[in-house]
Design a protein. Structure first.
Lengths: 196, 455
């Protein structure tokens, strides 16, 4: 699934780096994972070096110079492209829970910041559940999760009209697996930019 | 013994639109003279029945095929209710088909311990028209217990067998067969993706099949998510939860009028799901968030007279009507985990029914049974359980193979359709007897789930 790549929850800790990378690079930002890191740009000295000697990198991704401010970068992308490598982060939930934990609030804070910077954006918060509940009840649980994320965003000052909600229950899992990691990845409020 | 001879002609409309085949064939009132001959078995066991291939009275290949298909389907239909013990068809392939009762090899059928034999003929009247006759003979008394004649088109041969089976069940056993009923469900079987801003999401569209899984037909072509189909009692409409407008709302497809309505009047803010028609077909119960909480509502099918029935901040969802329309059972997590509750149709007198780990999707049985089937978490997955409302006893009908969810009763209350992930892990539609026996899988392509059995 395309959206999974940049939104993988395990990479959530690296979200700030990811956001920076998205904004400063071209259509194909370098991967966050450092194993095959491109030649270190001067601004990226804080990155941990690769553990092994790195072979000469194959064709590095074309580095778009920094003359384009991020605003223009987002403006140039279609909604489909934006959502494929979304700058908005998912909020993850515990089993049967619809409460935002610290990590969830951090993600929602970052999303609220972005929405403040791009005041024309309208997002839909999709509520999702893991596969273990029933499809009927999960529709309600997904709605509860989407509403919890929406209410938190509104508390942060985002207009309610810019954050719509929809529940998809357990119908659209992001991770196809049937283990704890997949279930955790699928209990989420997923942010989709619906207009900009 | 009085011979009961029922000769009927049922005219089958030649319909262009496939859905029109849903129409119950409008047969004339049944003529019945004298007392039915009921074929019994030995004491303590159901009668043994045989259905050899029909005799093709015209020499073309299509008629030969029809003669085989009708017998094959009838055999399976007669087996389904478990009122007859069906002798496998391979056993009697060498017995020559009978043209008349005089032709019937009674000795050979008696050798097989058959109590009843269905003897049928198929004749082509034209390129598209058939004439089918069927008789049920008692092997012991040499008598004709039942006979019928149909003429009609050759477009859906299985339908003749289904009608014949329902008539034999009614005449011989007083049982309302379900061979002409249909099961609606949602499926991703056509491998399409949702049109939307997030890629690679499989669509779920509404389909329906005959009760045995044959004749699968697609109802919706929306390229979007559709869930929880539910038949209207007259079989002329299917309500379902559709994301057609970007949010979940109740859509009712009126199959014979080619139109859709949205009785719950959803908007970007007001989301509705999980519709259930009242037994009189005039009202629909559903879940809605319109008052900023997930609650049960009832409206007229035309969308007027919306009434809120639950006023709890918890999730109240998945309504099902009692057969007399006076009560509604539903799921609520007001006590923490989802459990089944029941209330009067005016929203009063709420009572908790289940104390399981996690219960959902109650479905009230038709009369004469007075029970509610539901899904209950029994381990990693769910199983189908049945709560007998007169004794408060709970019995389990599936046992831990995969996850078993979303039960729906057959109109005679003797069977339950449900979703199961047993086997491959893909979700498929199964039916099982209310005693937990006679399990059958109806689907095999893609994922198929949330069945609704037509009345």
């Amino acid at each position: 699934m395309q959206v999974r790549g940049t939104l993988s929850w395990t990479a959530a800790a690296a979200c700030v780096v990811a956001t920076l990378a998205l904004q400063s690079c071209g259509r194909r930002p370098p991967p966050v994972a450092p194993e095959t890191s491109p030649p270190p740009p001067p601004a990226a000295e804080e990155r941990t070096p690769a553990p092994r000697p790195v072979p000469p990198p194959p064709a590095p991704p074309p580095v778009v110079p920094l003359e384009l401010p991020p605003e223009d970068e987002f403006a140039r992308r279609t909604l489909e492209e934006l959502n494929r490598e979304s700058p908005l982060e998912a909020v993850f939930f515990g089993l049967d829970s619809s409460e935002l934990d610290d990590q969830g609030r951090t993600a929602a804070d970052a999303n609220a910041d972005l929405l403040m910077r791009y005041p024309t954006w309208v997002v839909t918060i999709e509520g999702h559940c893991d596969e273990r509940g029933t499809p009927e009840y999960n529709l309600g649980l997904g709605e509860r999760r989407a509403l919890a994320a929406q209410q938190y965003m509104v508390q942060l000052g985002v207009e309610a009209s810019r954050v719509r909600t929809v529940s998809y229950g357990k119908e659209f899992p992001f991770e196809p697996g049937h283990d704890d990691a997949a279930w955790a990845a699928n209990r989420r409020a997923h942010f989709v930019i619906t207009s900009k | 013994m009085m011979m009961n001879s029922i000769l009927r002609r049922v005219s089958w409309p030649s319909c262009v639109i496939a859905v029109a085949l849903l129409l119950v064939a409008s047969g004339q009132a049944r003529q019945q003279d004298g007392v039915d001959l009921v074929i019994g078995g030995d004491v303590g066991r159901p009668p043994n029945f045989a259905v050899p291939d029909c005799l093709a009275l015209t020499p073309d290949a299509a008629t030969a095929e029809a003669a085989r298909t009708i017998a094959e389907v009838l055999w399976a239909d007669l087996e389904f209710e478990r009122e007859f013990r069906m002798i496998p068809r391979d056993v009697y392939r060498t017995i020559p088909p009978a043209r008349s009762i005089g032709d019937l090899s009674f000795d050979r059928w008696a050798e097989l311990d058959a109590d009843g034999v269905v003897s049928c003929t198929v004749r082509a009247l034209s390129d598209s028209q058939l004439e089918i006759t069927a008789r049920l003979f008692s092997v012991r008394s040499f008598d004709n217990a039942f006979s019928v004649q149909y003429t009609g088109t050759n477009t859906n041969l299985r339908r003749y067998a289904h009608q014949l089976s329902d008539e034999i069940h009614r005449q011989q056993r007083g049982v309302a067969g379900v061979a002409r009923t249909r099961i609606a469900f949602v499926s991703d079987r056509d491998g399409e993706s949702v049109l939307g801003l997030v890629e690679d999401r499989p669509v779920k569209e509404v389909y329906f099949a005959d009760y045995d899984g044959a004749n699968i037909q697609r109802l919706t072509v929306t390229r979007i998510l559709n869930l929880f189909p539910a038949w209207s009692p007259d079989g002329r409409s299917i309500g379902y939860t559709s994301y057609l407008s970007g949010f979940p709302d109740i859509v009712v497809s009126h199959l014979f009028e080619g139109r859709m309505t949205t009785p719950a009047n959803g908007t970007m803010q007001v989301h509705n799901s999980l519709s259930a028609f009242s037994p009189d077909g005039l009202r629909v119960a559903f879940n809605s968030n319109r008052d900023n909480s997930s609650d049960i509502y009832v409206a007229n099918v035309d969308g007027t007279n919306v009434q809120r029935l639950t006023f709890n901040p918890a999730i109240d969802t998945s309504p099902t009507w009692s057969p007399n329309g006076q009560q509604i059972a539903f799921t609520s997590d007001r006590a923490g985990q989802p459990q089944i509750y029941v209330m009067s149709v005016d929203g009063t007198g709420t009572r908790r029914l289940t104390y399981d780990t996690y219960s959902d999707r109650p479905t009230w049985s038709p009369a004469p049974f007075n029970e509610i089937a539901y899904s209950s978490k029994t381990g990693p997955g769910h199983d189908i359980k049945v709560l007998d409302l007169s004794t408060s006893e709970v019995r389990q009908v599936t046992f831990g193979l995969g996850s078993n969810e979303s039960p729906s009763y057959s109109p005679n209350g003797r069977h339950i359709a449900f979703t199961s992930s047993r086997g491959s892990g893909r979700k498929q539609i199964y039916t099982v007897g209310r005693d937990g026996k006679n399990l059958r899988r109806l689907t095999s392509t893609g994922n198929n789930e949330t069945p609704s059995w037509s009345r």
